[in-house]
Write a protein that binds this ligand. Structure first.
Ligand code: UT7
Length: 324
C-alpha cells in the first residue's frame, strides 16, 4: 500500500507585504521607465517590505495554507523553507515558523536552491513522506529580496520583489506524479550574491555589503532551453503528453521566458497563469504564491494535471507534474 502513496498538495497560502512600488515609482528614483520594465519583463509593480520580515510573511502564508488544508499545527511533521534571505543566519526561517504556529512535533529547516527553492523543498518533503517517517509537511518559499538588491543597479533591482508562499502536503493516493530536478554549479557565477566576508583578526577584508549580480542574458538562455526540456521529461515520466496538462505554473522571472517556453512546448499561453505583473520575481516564493492565487481563483479542480517549474540561481531547476 505504501508503495502507491503519493505526496499531494492539500492547501495553499501566501502573504505579500503591504507596500506597492510601481514601475513609475522606480522611474522617479533611477534612470528607468515603465516602458522598459514592462516591455522587457511584463512586471508592472512589486511589493516591498517595510516592517515585514521573511519569517513574519512565512508565518502568515503558513497559517493560511493550514487553514486552507484544514490541518492543525499538531499534525505538521516537517517544515521546510526554501529561501536565500532568512532574517537570521540562525535560527532558520523554518524554526521561526515552527515556534510561531506551535508545530512542536515538527522537524524544521531551510534550504538554499534560490528560485528553485520551493520545488526542491517539495521534492525533499516527497522523499521523507515516501519513507513513511512523516505524513504531513508544510513547505514554503519565502524571500525579502529587496535587502540583497543594489538600489543603484537598475538592471537588477527593478526585477525583484518580496513575499512568501506556502503549501501543506500529505501522503495520499494521488499527488506528485513525476518530478525532475537538476543543478549546474559550473554556471553558478551568472547569478550571485556573496555572503558576508570573513573579518577574523587574521585577514584584512573590508566589510562592505554585497548585492545581487546577474548576467541576465545568460540566465535567460539557460531558462528558455532547460525549462522546456525539464517539463517534457516530467510529463513523459508521468505517462502523459503535453496536451494533457491543464496548467503550467512557472517561476515568475520574465513574461518573455514564459512565452518562449509556451512556444517551445507548442501550448497556448492561456495555460500559463502569471503573477509577475503585480509581484515581480520573488525567487523561491514565486511558484507557491502563483499556485495560491490560482487556488484562490478556483482554477484548480480535483483530477487536473498541473506542471510546476522553478529555475534560477545555482544554477538549479526543478519541475513536477501534480494531480490536484
Ligand atoms: O530568478 C532568476 C531568473 N532570472 C531570470 O530569469 C532573468 C533572465 N533575464 C532577463 O529576464 C533579461 O535578461 C533582463 C530582463 C534581466 C534584461 O533584459 P535584456 O533584454 O537582456 O536587456 P540587457 O541586459 O541586454 O540591457 C539592454 C539595455 C542596456 O542598455 P545598452 O547597453 O543597450 O545601452 C541596459 O543598460 O537596457 C539597459 N537597462 C535598462 N534600461 C532602463 C538595463 N536595465 C534597465 C532598466 N531601465 N531598469
Amino acid at each position: 500500500m505504501r508503495g502507491k502513496m503519493r505526496t499531494r498538495i492539500i492547501g495553499t497560502g501566501s502573504c505579500l507585504p503591504e507596500t506597492v512600488v510601481t514601475n513609475d515609482d522606480l522611474s522617479k528614483m533611477m534612470d528607468t521607465s515603465d516602458e522598459w520594465i514592462s516591455s522587457r519583463t511584463g512586471i508592472r509593480e512589486r511589493r516591498l517590505v517595510k516592517e515585514e520580515t521573511t519569517a513574519g510573511m512565512s508565518v502568515t502564508a503558513a497559517r493560511r495554507a493550514m487553514e486552507n488544508a484544514g490541518v492543525s499545527a499538531q499534525e505538521i511533521d516537517l517544515i521546510i523553507v526554501g529561501t536565500i534571505t532568512g532574517d537570521y543566519v540562525t535560527p532558520s526561517v523554518a524554526c521561526e515558523v515552527q515556534a510561531a504556529i506551535g508545530a512542536d512535533r515538527a522537524t524544521a529547516f531551510d534550504i538554499n536552491a534560490a528560485c528553485s527553492g520551493f520545488m526542491f523543498a517539495l521534492f525533499i518533503a516527497d522523499a521523507y513522506l515516501k519513507t513513511g517517517i512523516y505524513k504531513t509537511a508544510l513547505i514554503l518559499g519565502a524571500e525579502t529580496l529587496s535587502k540583497i538588491m543594489d538600489w543603484n543597479d537598475r538592471s537588477t533591482c527593478v526585477l525583484f520583489g518580496d513575499g512568501a508562499g506556502a503549501a501543506v502536503v500529505r501522503s495520499d493516493e494521488t499527488g506528485i506524479l513525476a518530478y525532475d530536478q537538476g543543478s549546474d554549479g559550473t554556471k553558478g557565477m551568472v547569478l550571485t550574491c556573496r555572503n558576508r566576508k570573513n573579518n577574523n583578526p587574521f585577514v584584512s577584508n573590508s566589510t562592505e555589503p554585497s548585492y545581487t549580480h546577474m548576467d541576465g542574458q545568460e540566465v535567460y538562455k539557460f531558462a528558455v532551453t532547460t525549462v522546456p526540456d525539464s517539463i517534457k521529461e516530467v510529463v513523459e515520466e508521468a505517462g502523459l503528453s503535453i496536451g494533457d496538462i491543464d496548467y503550467f505554473a512557472l517561476h515568475q522571472a520574465n513574461i518573455r521566458i514564459i512565452r518562449s517556453v509556451a512556444k517551445r512546448l507548442n501550448v497556448s499561453e492561456d495555460k500559463f497563469p502569471t503573477s509577475l505583473e503585480h509581484c515581480g520575481n520573488i525567487s523561491a516564493a514565486s511558484v507557491p504564491i502563483l499556485l495560491d492565487e490560482m487556488n484562490g481563483k478556483g482554477l484548480l479542480k480535483p483530477g487536473m494535471k498541473i506542471v510546476l517549474s522553478g529555475f534560477g540561481g545555482g544554477l538549479t531547476w526543478g519541475s513536477a507534474v501534480v494531480e490536484w
